[in-house]
Design a protein around this ligand. Sequence first.
Ligand SMILES: O=P(O)(O)OC[C@H]1O[C@](O)(CO)[C@@H](O)[C@@H]1O
Length: 410
Amino acid sequence: MPENTSRTSDEGADRDSGPVDESGASVILSDETGSFAWGVLAKRHPSLIQQVRDAFPYGRRQHAALDALLDEITNGVVEPLAPSAHDHGQWAEWGRGHFGRPWFDAPFLWAESYFYRRLLGAVEYFGTGPWQGVDPFAPFKQAELRTAVVDEELGALDALADVSADERATALLHASLWGNRADLGFRVTEGDPAPGDATDGLVADDAAVLWQLLPAGAGSTVAVVADNAGRELIPDLILIDHLLVHRHAKRVVLHVKPSPYYVSDAMTADVVDCLRRLTEAPGEAGRIGNRLWEAVATGHVEIRTHPFFCAPLSYAEMPDDLREEFAAVTLTILKGDLNYRRLVGDRMWDARTRFADLTAYFPGAVAALRTLKSDVIVGLEQKTLDALERSGRAWRTSGTHALVQVRRQT
Ligand SMILES: O=P(O)(O)OC[C@H]1O[C@](O)(CO)[C@@H](O)[C@@H]1O
């Protein structure tokens, strides 16, 4: 059955059966057959189990655990982590009310996040044995870095050397933005999204505000909350180099995931792989790679991580230490679809709800750079929404559209 991915704003606000609180927008669940969220749980997760199983010479115990997980997510009910798991208590709290019930009844964000935690458990990522710390998604991430497309993308940087700083800034921001289409989870079932016209595909564009927040020479610190490794992280790193070289930032803090997540999400090891890929490239790409390597050594780029990045929660629930980190920087740039869902809340908002209102809680100025790969969307003008709905395309979920939304510090 095709996934039902395109909705009108009116349908969106009240069609789902998820809890509705004073926000008036229902939490997205996965219980409606044919919905996008349903498709992720019913199709993507089972095929991901198969891909991971095929990518490693796992032993009998891991195969049995993967079999059990597959059976549980398709026919069973949500089981808790083993009491011996290091994060049993944490997930027992986060999952209260969901255990013992079908996976499809839980909030979509929670169910996806817990699925990745369970997958890591099945392959003994957190165990004490030989598979401890072996990223089950590493083969996919590494294969992507070896593709000729990456060579082409890096080679294209040479042509940018001659354009004006403004044109270069726009090109690199768009490369980072559209790099978010390169999401391996997305490709488990969708195939590569068709390349659209980058500018026509922007449903909201606050890029001018983003640059206004980062005037050259102001000594700014920028936090970049990374999303995917590989073909997204490389343009993110190139953008970071641009921010530093053109003095839009004096320092950049790059936040990555502490453990494998949503297939291709970047961890420290992936930053290292991308930096190495850059340094080994000829021309401008190699120079950028060397500058970034040096910038890490001198503290102008700092790589950080936090357990909250793998939590099934919205940023509104972030812990105090992370809140203080974001409060201390000039601008936080959140990359990708999942970060967007966590930023505005994984709900069927009226698409015209103001981005600034939903992110008012965020400690400091915040920018979202995201290609649209799930039902959540806010901050659209009525005329934009009308045109998107008229198109009859699955614009919310197909990765053919993107946005830059920015909220200044209040
Ligand atoms: O890598 P991104 O941009 O965060 O996208 C991840 C997205 O992929 C999905 O897991 C499935 O499309 C979405 O639910 C999620 O938001």
